[in-house]
Design a protein around this ligand. Structure first.
Ligand code: NAD
Ligand code: DAU
Length: 393
């Protein structure tokens, strides 16, 4: 029996991770610790809360007494720390909260685990591991070499990751590897970098069994509609303008969330202690192209499957690129992220399985089929946030 403590599992990636591990391993217990901030929703783990293998606790990762009690009571083997303030735009308006949750929260988890996992004769109890969920944003911003996507330059290392796939593309000839110097540029990414550094400090100083995973932009079910893809889907259905920062030329490397979850579980179970693993989709796209693709797919689904048209607050003909509205750019907006996941492919056999065309269709259909979930997370607070963030932009 392996016991996972998963923090932040009422959020986007955390809830997908809990679904993933419960579906794949029968001999596990899962303790969820989540503060249920605006980004945490019990509706995202409604089924899992009824699973006898799951215990849910509402609380703060920075609460020392609570975390120590959970570790003592549940004989936890793996801690997977998803809990974070995760939205770059919010970090620009309220940086302090990001430092508190992302840095001090991480340090608290590490310190509680260090004490709980220390063996009587010294060293650590066997089988324990702390996994810090980090981000490609810690590496800063890459330049764009090309304005249009190019086929991926296929080195031997990359061929080992993608096999004979030809759908993967890039806007540049440089990628983030685990050796790339850390160079965060937003309060969010600076806080995540600090969390990575304190995690590695606990490994170097106290010998803590840790790993760090650094992933690119995820998309998929249960994605909170303040982030680009779910926000665009939601706005299209409501016939609202689609806010694109600046010219929409910034590039992100999109990864289907289930592929990320698989990589995390592989690192937990097989990653070498003390190592960092990059996880990315080899699927770069500019924001403007992402928005255009989402518009085109929704318009096609509405035409071909007219029963979905009841979800629209505007005429079908209004769903076109005319909805796009270029708005003021994000301050310090990173131009391009691009992960080279060769290390996790080489050592653990992971690769990004879901082509973007498949993943985006699944994501859009999930959003069409789960309007109750979307409604439940876009209550009064969301409307206030939306007005403040976009009103005078
Ligand atoms: P999210 O914002 O959807 O969810 C965050 C969760 O953490 C929520 O359930 C929230 O209630 C919880 N939380 C916040 N503060 C807490 C606290 N003090 N104590 C306990 N719980 C708290 O985030 P996400 O998009 O699922 O991201 C999860 C993790 O993955 C984050 O650490 C993020 O930095 C990282 N990451 C995200 C992406 C992405 O594309 N979304 C990519 C790479 C890495
Ligand atoms: O790269 C990993 C990171 O991806 C994670 O660490 C973060 O937690 C996650 O939020 C995400 O960060 P981004 O800032 O890249 O994601 P976001 O969805 O906010 O924005 C994606 C791109 O779209 C970015 O270039 C900004 C742009 N954008 C975003 C929003 C919300 C717009 O043009 N319009 C918008 O309304």
């Amino acid at each position: 029996m392996t016991t996972y403590l998963v923090t932040g599992a009422a959020g986007f990636i955390g809830c997908n991770f809990v679904k993933y591990i419960l579906g794949r391993h029968s001999d596990i217990k899962v303790v969820i610790l989540d503060a249920l901030t605006y980004a945490g929703n019990l509706a995202s783990i409604a089924d899992e809360l009824h699973d006898a293998r799951v215990t849910f606790v509402r609380g703060d990762v920075g609460d020392r007494a609570l975390v120590a009690k959970l570790l003592a009571e549940h004989d936890v083997d793996y801690i997977v720390n998803f809990a974070a303030e995760s939205h770059v735009d919010r970090s620009i308006t309220n940086p302090r909260l990001f430092l508190e949750t992302n840095i001090l929260g991480t340090q608290n988890l590490l310190d509680c685990a260090r004490h709980a996992w220390t063996a009587d004769g010294g060293g650590y109890l066997p089988g324990k591991k702390y996994l810090q969920i980090s981000t490609d944003e810690v590496y800063g911003s890459l330049p764009k070499t090309w304005d249009e996507p190019h086929p991926l330059p296929v080195t031997d290392d990359i061929r080992r990751v993608i096999g004979s796939r030809s759908d993967m593309k890039t806007y540049g000839d440089r990628f983030f590897t685990e050796q790339t110097p850390l160079a965060p540029r937003s309060p969010y990414s600076a806080s995540k970098t600090s969390a990575d550094l304190i995690t590695m400090a606990y490994h170097a100083t106290y010998g803590m069994p840790v790993n760090i995973t650094r992933c690119s932009n995820n998309y998929g079910p249960y994605h909170f509609p303040e982030k680009l893809i779910p926000l665009i889907i939601n706005n299209i259905l409501q016939g609202k303008k689609l806010p694109v920062y600046g010219r929409g030329e910034n590039v992100r490397d999109w990864l289907y969330v289930e592929d990320h979850c698989k990589g995390i579980d592989m690192v937990l179970r097989g990653g070498r202690v003390g190592e960092v693993y990059n996880i990315g989709g080899f699927n770069e796209e500019s924001n403007i192209n992402i928005v255009r693709q989402v518009i085109a797919i929704i318009a096609r689904i509405m035409r071909d499957e007219p029963h979905y048209q009841q979800l629209l607050s505007c005429p079908l003909e209004a769903i076109n690129d005319g909805l796009i509205q270029h708005v003021a750019d994000r301050p310090g907006h990173d131009m391009r992220y691009a992960i080279d996941p060769s290390k996790i492919a080489r050592e653990l056999g992971w690769y990004p399985e879901t082509p973007f065309s498949v993943g985006i269709e699944k994501t859009i259909r999930w959003n069409l089929d789960h309007r109750d979930w979307v409604k439940s997370v876009t209550t009064g607070d969301y409307q206030r946030y939306y007005d403040e963030m976009y009103k005078n932009r």
